[in-house]
Write a protein that binds this ligand. Sequence first.
Ligand code: ZN
Length: 415
Amino acid sequence: MNLRIRSALAVGAALVLLGGPAAVATGRFGPAGRAAGIPAAAGAAAPDGDSDPAAARATEAITAATGVQVAAVNRGDATAFLTPVEQPLQEAMRRRFEALRAVRATDFAAHLDGPPKPEAGGWRVTVELTFCAGAPGCGAAPVLVPTLWTVNGEGAHLAEWGRSTRYGPRPWEVSELQAAIGNRVVVAASPRYASRLQATLQAAEKAAEKADRYARWRPPPSRYVVYLAGADEWSTWYGVKQPAWAAGYAMPITPQHTEIVLNAARIDGGEALNTLTHEFSHVSTLAGVRRNYTDSWLLVEGMAEYVTHVGKPTGTYPWLGGTRAYVGSGKWPGTAALAAPAETASVGDATGRYGVAYFAVRRLSERFGEDKLLAFFAAVARDGRPAEQAAPETFGVPWADAAADCDRYVRSVVG
Ligand SMILES: [Zn+2]
């Protein structure tokens, strides 16, 4: 399983039926550098160090062809986009073009990831593609596509589009997409779910407004990006396998860019608002974090639930019953450890794991104020400092004291 998804927090099957918090993929990132483009004039070096004229010509021709396609995407010219595409690939590339246009791809760019190498009478090269959905100014989320080109006196023609890497295939590569685009969110889906786009967008715009308020450490994303996945797409997009019963997940492609996938079969309009607010809150509160924050599970999930339910009475929390059952089961390890409780198959326990995280974080805010809660979250969940160090500095009390107070609060809320 993919490193970044390996620590995904699975939620119970029935939680999905309740519209539970989607699994969040957490992980650590390597350097997010994009591969350097190969200037057309740079040519290519043969193994012995001498310049290889054929490779240099291929580099120049392929760079020119990708340049034509980039300009075509950015101005919406399908004919120009397909000009350097060989006939057998035309239909698939047209679908990709239409999908990119549907999500309003801007700042579309392509760079060769190295010099092309001769193969099967053509030239093999990996192309790195980036774009922003909906509006410019996003964090780059590069995808790497192995391609094969034929090169002749007329230029380069795309003969093969391979299986992309770095969290590919992306939805636009493999699915026909339609999209609804708002001020803060792009929601895209295959035509099968097109009738749900507008309602999902309306919920997503409300969710974004809440999540934006907690973008304290990095600017909020230019657009939150949400894909509604059908059953096939659920098991193929991003190259990750998610359990069929999960409601959705957050896919952090780089520390600066996370995309959200909702399981269309498992979520309806009524559940979408809370689930999207939860997921967007991960995006806004964890933006820029490179470390693996699974050691701060309670703060990460509790914060997402806190943002989702802030200002509402504790008695209206939808998983209060599940939280009560979980606390009553004796399986709850308490607030202090911060790590994720053991997975469980039981309905009540599954929702309860999120409930205790929510109420613990809520209590920290009520007792010390939201600013101090956020400072503590930043120190521990974002920066990876021990809670035992951060609590006296931010709260003025030892972590053991603050955590024990959270435990008492949780028990009193669930009665
Ligand atoms: Zn979550």
